[in-house]
Write a protein that binds this ligand. Structure first.
Ligand code: TMP
Length: 239
């Protein structure tokens, strides 16, 4: 497999074409942004940690019967993925109120939700990724009702698998964001699963071990990413 020209550069990853049209070659960057790109910085070796962690999580999902775009690791910060036709939605699953939900609904960060809450956001930087519902999604033609149903079911399934892993790692899974695409008529999990796209709090101390350390200038950002990587690797050795 050969890495060919750059197809697309996002805020955290670059996507390259390969000599096989069905595959893309993804390079994870150290660049970090927050608040729709207003805050910018770098997290040293974030690209390496997010690539390795995403690979571990994707493999765990596949094992649980959840299809993902992951094919294989190509280098420390590079992975080969299946080419998907992306659905322009961010699917957020929440177990504990935090971030925008805490702010929007006026609840305290840390309030444990009695059941997982699923939200859909329209992926559009110019609009700041607005919150939408199923009827917006079908009316705008971003996905049909069956697809929306599938991404929600898969989102909850990912939550179950991820909670199981993080429990063993001594970490509370607060919330996370997923993106899905379609290949050969099937809905498949794409993008990444990492401390950039999840909130992870230490079970004992409730210390934040994710991108909120960057968003909120809490310091020790690199250490938090490495700590999650170390603990998840160990947790997956014992399953
Ligand atoms: P929020 O509380 O800011 O809406 O974030 C919910 C979850 O989604 C959190 O785990 C962080 C993740 N997220 C992203 O991965 N990308 C984004 O652009 C945003 C806003 C959130």
């Amino acid at each position: 497999m050969e890495k060919l020209e750059l197809l697309y550069e996002g805020k955290a990853k670059k996507v390259f074409l390969t000599d096989e049209p069905a595959y893309y070659w993804v390079v994870y960057k150290d660049d970090a942004t927050a608040f729709n790109g207003e805050k910018r910085g770098q997290i040293l070796d974030k690209g390496v940690v997010n690539n390795q962690l995403s690979a571990l999580f994707f493999q765990a999902m596949e094992k649980a019967g959840i299809p993902t775009h992951f094919v294989k690791i190509m280098d420390e910060r590079e992975m080969l993925v299946k080419r998907l036709e992306m659905i322009p939605l961010e699917v957020v699953v929440r177990n504990v109120a935090a971030g925008s939900l805490a702010k929007r609904l006026g609840v305290e960060e840390g309030y444990r939700l009695p059941h997982p809450v699923i939200e859909l956001y329209y992926k559009n930087d110019a609009l700041g990724d607005p919150l939408v519902n199923e009827s917006h999604v079908s009316a705008m033609g971003w996905a049909d009702a069956e697809m929306v149903n599938t991404v929600q079911t898969l989102g909850l399934a990912v939550n179950e698998v991820l909670q199981g892993i993080m429990e063993k790692a001594g970490i509370d899974l607060i919330d996370f964001k997923l993106e899905f695409g379609v290949a050969d008529g099937r809905v498949i999990l794409g993008d990444e699963i990492s401390p950039d796209t999840c909130r992870f709090w230490d079970k004992e101390t409730q210390e934040k071990l994710d991108k909120d350390r960057f968003r909120r200038d809490l310091g020790r950002v690199e250490e938090a990413y490495l700590e999650v990587y170390r603990r998840v690797k160990e947790a997956l050795l014992n399953v």
